[in-house]
Design a protein. Structure first.
Length: 628
C-alpha cells in the first residue's frame, strides 16, 4: 500500500506541473495579444494622423513615354510613305531652379530655343515656379538646339529634354488627301474620345488614313515611374520603366507609280482622278488638285498654316475625288442605256432623229455642241455620239424619272461608297416627290430631260462614277472601294489582317444587257466622240465622255471621262479610270486625253512623259498640259 500511495503522489505532482505550464503559456499569449491590440490601436488612432500625413508626402510620379505611330506603305510595301522622325521636347522643372535664378535661366533658355522669355513665363506662371512637376516649353526642337542646351547645362538647372517623335510625310503631293495628317487632340475631340485611351497630350489623326485608322496607328504609350515627395522631388533612384509599343504598320492599295502618273497627268488643273481595280475595289490611285503639304502641320505655325489652307478659295483641303459632287453629264448615259435595255423600254435598233434641237414646254433644247444635229441614231450610236436628243426622248417618253432614279441607285449613285475615309459625299439623285417636298413644285417633263443627260439636280463624285463603270466591268457587281490592303506587325512584319473584297451593290440586270453595254462602250471609243483622244495602240479600252454645264461658268463645262481597260481582258486584269476636270479651268477637253495617258502609262509601264509621247500627245505638253 505504501508503494501505491507513493505512485499516486508522483502522478498528482506531474499533473500540477503541466497545468502550470499551460497557465504560463496562456498568460504569455494574452500579454502578446494585448500588446498587439494596443500597438494596432496606437497606429490607427493615437498616431494615425501622423502616418496619414507621412503617406501623403510620398507618391508615385509617372511620366508617359509616347509610342511611335505605325508607318504607312504603298501596296508594294517597299519604302514607307510616312515615317517617324526623332524630335525633342524641352521641359523645365521650376522647383529645381535655385532661388533667384529663374529669370536668368529662362532668358538663356529662350535664346537657345529661338523664342521670347515671355513665352516661357506664360507657360510657367508665378504660382508654379516652386513646383517639381516638369512643364513642356517647346516641342519639335531640332537636335542642334538640344546640343547647345546640353553643352551649357550647368547654366540651365531644371532644364531637360525628352524624345518626342514627329510624323514625317515622305511622299506628299496628291497623297496628302489620302494619308491626311495628325495634330494635338482638341478638347472637343477629347470629350468624345475620353474613354478610348486618349489623353490631353495625345497626337491623333485629323484627316485621311491617319484619322480613319488612328486606333491601329496609335500604339500603346509606355511609362517611367519614380517615387517622389509631395513637392515632386525624386526619392527613389531607379525608375520603373514600361516600354512603349509602336503602332501597327499599314499597307495601302495605292500604287505610288500610278499615283504619280495620275498626278502629273492631271497637272495643275482643279479636278480629280480615281484609278480602281473593279474586281476587288482596291483604289490604285486617287488624285485631287489642288493638294497641300501635310508636313506644314508639324511646325509651331500649324494653326496659321491650317487657316491659310482652309480660307483659300482653291480649297486645297477638299478631296474632290470623294467629298465634292458634280453633275455627271453624259457619263450618266451609261445608266440610261442599261435601263433602256433591261426594261425593254425602247428597241435598241430603232432610230430617233436628231436635227440639233427639240421643242418642249415652250422651250428650245439644243443638242450639246452639235447644232446641225446627228441625224437618225439607234442606241449604240446615240451613246457613241452622246446625242442629247436621243436620251431626252427615251428618258422623257419611255423611262420616266422613277425608273431613272431606281437604276441610278442600283449603280451606287446617291449612295455612300463606304470607302475607308473619315468623310465622303453621297451625291444626289432626285425624285418627283423630293422636288414637291423641297420646292413645292410639280416634277415636269423638262426635269426628266435634264436628268436623262446627267444634269439638273443629279450630283455624283468621281469615285461614284468609277464605281458605276466597275459595275459594267463586273456585269452587275460593285465591290466596296478601299484604301487599306494589309495591317502588319511593326516588329516582325507579319500580316495581321488582310482586307478581302466586299460586295457593296449587286444588280439583277440580265447578263446579255451587260454584254451589250460593254460592246457599246467599246464602240464609243472607236467610233464615237472620244475616238481621237482615246486612240491607243497598246491597249483597248471602253468608256464614255461627259460634259456638264455649271451655272457660274457660262462658256465652259466640267470635263469627264470614265473608261476601263483592257477591254478584251478578264475583269481581274482590268482597271477603271475616272477623270474630272472642273469648269473653272480654261476649256481644253482634257479629261479623255488624261484618261488615255493614264491607261497607256499603267499597261506600258511608262511615265507621264513617255506615255504622252507614245500616244502622240507631246504637243499637248507645250500647249495644253500646264505643268509649270
Amino acid at each position: 500500500m505504501a508503494g501505491n500511495f507513493r505512485r499516486g503522489a508522483s502522478s498528482e505532482s506531474s499533473f500540477t506541473e503541466k497545468n502550470k505550464r499551460i497557465i504560463i503559456l496562456g498568460i504569455i499569449l494574452v500579454i502578446m495579444f494585448i500588446v498587439y491590440v494596443y500597438r494596432l490601436f496606437s497606429m490607427q488612432v493615437i498616431q494615425g494622423e501622423q502616418y496619414r500625413k507621412k503617406s501623403q508626402t510620398i507618391s508615385s510620379q509617372v511620366n508617359i513615354i509616347p509610342a511611335q505611330r505605325g508607318e504607312i506603305f504603298d501596296r508594294n510595301a517597299g519604302m514607307p510613305m510616312v515615317i517617324n522622325t526623332d524630335s525633342f521636347a524641352v521641359e523645365v522643372t521650376p522647383g529645381e531652379i535655385p532661388a533667384g535664378y529663374y529669370d536668368t535661366v529662362a532668358t538663356r533658355l529662350a535664346q537657345y530655343l529661338g523664342i521670347s522669355k515671355f513665352d516661357i513665363d506664360r507657360k510657367i506662371p508665378l504660382k508654379f515656379r516652386k513646383s517639381y512637376t516638369s512643364i513642356t516649353i517647346k516641342s519639335n526642337v531640332p537636335f542642334s538646339s538640344i546640343s547647345n542646351i546640353a553643352e551649357n547645362r550647368t547654366d540651365l538647372p531644371g532644364v531637360s529634354w525628352v524624345s518626342k517623335p514627329i510624323r514625317n510625310y515622305v511622299e506628299t503631293g496628291s497623297l496628302s488627301h489620302i494619308i491626311g495628317y495628325v495634330g494635338d487632340i482638341t478638347q472637343e475631340e477629347m470629350n468624345v474620345m475620353y474613354n478610348q485611351g486618349y489623353t490631353q497630350n495625345s497626337i491623333i489623326g485629323k484627316t485621311g488614313i491617319e484619322k480613319q485608322y488612328d486606333s491601329l496607328l496609335q500604339g500603346i504609350p509606355g511609362s517611367e515611374s519614380r517615387t517622389v515627395d509631395v513637392r515632386g522631388r525624386i526619392i527613389s533612384d531607379a525608375p520603373v520603366v514600361t516600354p512603349p509599343q509602336m503602332g501597327k504598320n499599314l499597307v495601302l492599295t495605292i500604287d505610288t507609280r500610278i499615283q504619280t502618273l495620275a498626278e502629273k497627268t492631271l497637272g495643275k488643273r482643279v479636278g480629280a482622278v480615281v484609278v480602281l481595280k473593279p474586281a476587288t475595289g482596291e483604289v490604285l490611285a486617287m488624285v485631287s488638285y489642288p493638294f497641300f503639304d501635310p508636313n506644314l502641320f508639324n511646325t509651331d505655325n500649324a494653326s496659321s498654316e491650317y487657316l491659310k489652307l482652309a480660307n483659300s478659295p482653291d480649297k486645297p483641303l477638299l478631296n474632290r475625288a470623294v467629298n465634292a459632287s458634280y453633275p455627271p453629264g453624259s457619263t450618266f448615259k451609261i445608266i440610261m442605256s442599261t435601263a433602256v435595255l433591261q426594261e425593254k423600254a425602247f428597241p435598241p435598233t430603232k432610230k430617233i432623229e436628231c436635227n440639233g434641237k427639240i421643242v418642249y414646254g415652250g422651250r428650245i433644247f439644243h443638242c450639246h455642241l452639235h447644232e446641225p444635229g446627228h441625224g437618225w441614231l439607234d442606241l449604240k450610236n446615240g451613246l457613241a455620239q452622246s446625242c442629247d436628243i436621243y436620251f431626252w426622248t427615251i428618258g422623257r417618253d419611255y423611262l420616266g424619272i422613277d425608273k431613272i432614279s431606281s437604276y441610278s441607285h442600283e449603280f451606287g449613285l446617291g449612295e455612300s461608297t463606304k470607302i475607308d475615309l473619315p468623310s465622303q459625299s453621297s451625291g444626289f439623285i432626285p425624285t418627283a416627290k423630293w422636288k414637291e417636298r423641297r420646292y413645292h413644285e410639280k416634277w415636269l417633263g423638262g426635269d426628266t430631260m435634264s436628268a436623262s443627260i446627267g444634269q439638273g439636280y443629279i450630283l455624283s463624285t468621281p469615285l461614284q462614277i468609277a464605281d458605276m463603270m466597275a459595275m459594267v466591268c463586273n456585269s452587275g457587281t460593285i465591290y466596296k472601294p478601299h484604301l487599306l490592303k494589309e495591317v502588319r506587325d511593326p516588329v516582325t512584319n507579319d500580316v495581321i489582317q488582310e482586307i478581302k473584297p466586299e460586295v457593296l451593290f449587286k444588280s439583277n440586270i440580265e447578263a446579255d444587257v451587260w454584254k451589250t453595254v460593254q460592246e457599246d462602250l467599246r464602240y464609243t471609243i472607236t467610233d464615237g466622240t472620244p475616238a481621237y483622244p482615246m486612240h491607243n495602240k497598246t491597249v483597248q479600252s471602253a468608256g464614255k465622255t461627259g460634259t456638264s454645264e455649271v451655272a457660274q461658268y457660262k462658256t465652259s463645262w466640267h470635263s469627264w471621262m470614265v473608261a476601263y481597260a483592257p477591254y478584251d481582258a478578264p475583269v481581274e486584269d482590268q482597271v477603271v479610270v475616272a477623270t474630272l476636270v472642273e469648269a473653272c479651268n480654261p476649256w481644253e477637253w482634257w479629261a479623255p486625253y488624261a484618261t488615255n495617258i493614264i491607261i497607256q502609262g499603267i499597261f506600258a509601264k511608262q511615265t507621264y512623259e513617255e506615255a504622252t509621247n507614245a500616244l502622240g500627245f507631246h504637243a499637248l505638253l507645250k500647249n495644253g498640259n500646264r505643268q509649270e
